[in-house]
Design a protein around this ligand. Structure first.
Ligand SMILES: [Zn+2]
Ligand SMILES: [Zn+2]
Length: 156
């Protein structure tokens, strides 16, 4: 039996955020957020990549607007901004209710980002926080690295 096509849903994160805070998002902001919800958790996009995807979907939007929108969605905790060691920025869906601490392997050349989870890192953060009397909120490790293809390109 063919499954019904997915309707254009209001993203889950958006619904709960609007619900919780009574804030409103313009259709354009909703579309940016919907883009992240479609690709799912664990994907990290730069503003340029978001811009390109929107253009492919025939959205007329400037890169500057995309930047502003990403900033705003981050400030609303709908997206999480990931600062890369080389000054770049990527954005990912904030995990919301099913929040999990995860870490990032970041290629310093092309910005490719892979996630990993580590109990050991979490424990280290917890212990350090306890030791200094801090309450742990988030424990994230960003690892600078070279991805396979960039490492190969450097070797030649
Ligand atoms: Zn991530
Ligand atoms: Zn790379």
């Amino acid at each position: 039996m063919p499954s019904a096509p997915a309707p254009e849903l209001q993203p889950e994160a958006l619904r709960s955020s609007l619900h919780g805070r009574g804030q409103r998002l313009t259709p354009q902001r909703q579309r940016v957020l919907a883009l992240f919800e479609r690709i799912g958790e664990g994907t990290h996009l730069s503003a340029e990549e978001v811009h390109q995807r929107l253009l492919r979907a025939e959205e007329r939007v400037s890169l500057a607007t995309v930047y502003r929108t990403l900033r705003l969605l981050s400030s609303m905790d709908l997206l999480r901004e990931l600062e890369l060691p080389e000054g770049g920025r990527r954005f990912e869906l904030a995990a919301g209710d099913h929040h999990r601490d995860h870490h990032h392997l970041v290629c310093v050349r092309c910005g490719l980002t892979e996630e990993f989870e580590s109990q050991a890192v979490l424990q280290a953060g917890q212990q350090a926080a306890e030791h200094h009397g801090f309450r742990l909120l988030e424990c994230v490790l960003n690892v600078r690295a070279l991805c396979r293809s960039c490492a190969a390109a450097e070797a030649t």
